[in-house]
Write a protein that binds this ligand. Sequence first.
Ligand code: PLP
Length: 253
Amino acid sequence: MALRREPHVLVIGGSDSSGGAGIARDIETISAIGVRISLAVTALTVQTHEAVMDVHHQQPGLVADQMRAAFQANKVAAIKIGMLATAEIIAAAAAVLRENPQGPAVLDPVLTSTSGRALLDAGAIAALKRDLMPLCCLVTPNLIELALLIGAEQAVDEDEAVWQGQELLAAGAQAILIKGGHAKGLRSTDILLRSGQKPIRFDAPRLAVSMRGTGCMLASAIAAHLAKAKRLEDSVREGKRFVFEQLQRNSTE
Ligand code: PLP
């Protein structure tokens, strides 16, 4: 029964058969940081590292039931949200989070796979922004996701992205971590934006290695540190360090 009182991160997201992304990555990351996991699966995907072959969405009611059971079973100290698949699943997840305001939620806005397959229905972005984003303490878009979230024509460079980020704050986000991993340059910079506060930059050397699931990893690592009762800024710093170390290990393997 001791397990019930230990802090858990509730992971809400999709499976990836290749293990490169999704809940497999989330579980690896959160376990490596020493925090336990509760789970609500939103979708099953059939994937290799090169392609997404099939996607099966769960019923929204089943996602909501998994979340309620997790809240009942364990002490949920933070929540990590990844692939949500449909506007109906978003609405169901948001309703359960409103019933159970226990622990900060980190939202990784998973829109498409690197190989180009949509992982969120077209038209569900509005529901994500309206129903879920305001309930989360942090949203972690990369430059491409940020542009899509605000309906901009194209992704921009890091400095202009701060303006796009301000737009997302005005649309109801509490805080945004803009991930610069897709940008060019010798350093990889992520920018934390909160309304009324100066942007904070987190910077690491850019490694010549590509690895799937780094977005899942970063949001999960941040949620794991939040579950250990660290402040948001410190959790982001620790999360970024964790991803850098994994990339470094991958580049030397
Ligand atoms: N599949 C699932 C279930 C995911 O959650 C994600 C991203 O979060 C992806 C695939 C995409 O990962 P990648 O862009 O590394 O292919």
